[in-house]
Ligand binder design. Structure first.
Ligand SMILES: [Zn+2]
Length: 424
């Protein structure tokens, strides 16, 4: 039998996000109906059974929210020039802040996946075409994932989707290339009961009304729930994030969103996200041309190395000699696991810990002379793949590495042999 353990982190793909039309209620007609070329959803990768890794709970994540990228700023509240945007993306890189995908952030919050100590997630709101035409190429250049928060009536052809709006075809293209697309309601308005809202009727007729009671419930249901379903059906995706327009919501709206299956809700009250930040009010930093300090302040919040908690330096397993090697498949369910930590530098005695999926913390041996940490698995591992996490302290800093190998018990031939390399 073949092992199929794909590296799930890699499959999580990139996200991109973008926002758009915040100028809101502009013109346009056309009910958003939809009947779009329904594209098949990308197949979900078969998830191998890898036990949860131990995640770094001291990591911090900045989430940035952008809107339009334009050369000439006319609405400084939601626009930024491509040059400034690019400089900010570069600054993240220069400052050692890793841009991760929204789905990686959520996997970390679930305790399923580790992330580097200092991260950023890039999101774009409202679905402007400049996100597709200008931002995307830049993000590709940097190799950054991103997420788009889309309000469905704001997509081109929708009741609020003017000429600068992104199109469904562009969204499908982004989706096909791994960009994460998430929900931002149907018409981008204050979701709390009692506010006057623009009501667009099926025929396209619009009026401003203060909705209450059953009328409000019907309207807000469409904003929170139906808009999610529309995105999922039209694009063949799974939507699990909800950006609340203007960050205005209340317990009732949260409950609707939770019931609709949203895993996380986002506001625009920027703050570093930690492992314990509540998922129903994740703050993002809205980056605007007229408030250049917002980005700088955010970066400084976590950029100053010892900002919060103990930083854990991630050491790539490839930089160490490990046995079995990352991605290898072994023929025994009782492998000898080893890693040479000497390339990390002097290791503080007693600080070395090894965790093995399915076993947890194990009594590994560490030889300070050779820098070798080793552990003979005493009884058969049950899963088809095994993740090892080794952490240690070096020069007062915690370092950590993890790798995964496959197990395929061979016939007769005992002994461990590095067989087929895992495929991705
Ligand atoms: Zn918005």
């Amino acid at each position: 039998m073949t092992i199929r353990f794909a590296f799930l982190p890699l499959l999580l793909a990139l996200n991109f996000s973008m926002c758009k039309k915040q100028q809101a209620v502009t013109e346009k007609s056309q009910p958003s109906g939809s009947a779009a070329p329904a594209t098949a959803a990308p197949a979900v990768a078969a998830t191998p059974k890898v036990k949860k890794p131990v995640v770094d709970q001291t990591a911090q994540v900045l989430i940035f929210c952008y809107h339009r990228l334009v050369d000439k700023i006319r609405y400084p509240g939601t626009e930024i020039t491509p040059a400034v945007f690019e400089a900010q993306m570069k600054e993240l890189k220069d400052k050692g802040i890793t841009v991760i995908s929204m789905q990686d952030l959520l996997a970390w919050k679930r305790g399923e996946k580790n992330i580097p100590p200092r991260c950023a997630v890039i999101t774009f709101d409202d679905g402007w075409k400049s996100q597709y035409e200008v931002a995307w190429p830049m993000m590709k250049k940097f190799g950054y994932p991103f997420t788009l928060f889309i309000y469905t009536e704001g997509v081109r052809g929708g009741a609020l989707g003017g000429g600068e709006a992104i199109t469904w075809e562009q969204l499908a293209d982004l989706r096909d290339n791994g960009v994460d697309i998430q929900a931002h309601t149907a018409t981008h308005q204050d979701l709390r009961e009692g506010h006057t809202v623009l009501v667009i009727e099926p025929g396209g007729k619009r009026s401003k009304k203060k909705l209450t009671g059953a009328d409000y419930e019907k309207w807000v249901q469409n904003e929170v729930v139906s808009s999610k379903e529309l995105l999922e059906q039209r694009l063949g995706i799974k939507v699990n994030c909800f950006a609340v327009p203007f960050g205005n919501y209340n317990e009732h709206v949260k409950e609707l969103a939770r019931n609709a299956g949203y895993e996380a809700m986002f506001t625009v009250y920027g703050q570093p996200i930690t492992f314990t930040s509540p998922l129903d009010s994740i703050g993002r930093y809205a980056i605007e041309a007229n408030k250049p300090k917002v980005f700088a302040d955010a970066v400084n919040m976590i950029g100053a190395s010892s900002g919060g908690g103990t930083a854990v330096a991630e050491v790539g397993a490839k930089d160490l000699t490990t046995q079995p090697a990352d991605g290898d498949t072994v023929r025994t369910a009782t492998p000898l696991i080893k890693a040479n930590l000497s390339s990390i530098g002097p290791i503080e005695p007693g600080s070395v810990q090894m965790r093995v999926s399915g076993l947890g913390l194990v009594p590994a041996n560490f030889d300070p002379k050779t820098g070798m940490v080793s552990y003979q698995v005493p009884q058969k591992l049950r899963d088809k793949s095994c993740t090892v996490i080794v952490s240690a302290k070096s020069a007062g800093k915690k370092v950590e590495t993890h790798w995964t190998f496959g197990i395929e018990e061979g016939p007769a031939t005992a002994a461990s042999s590095p067989a087929a390399a895992a495929k991705k």
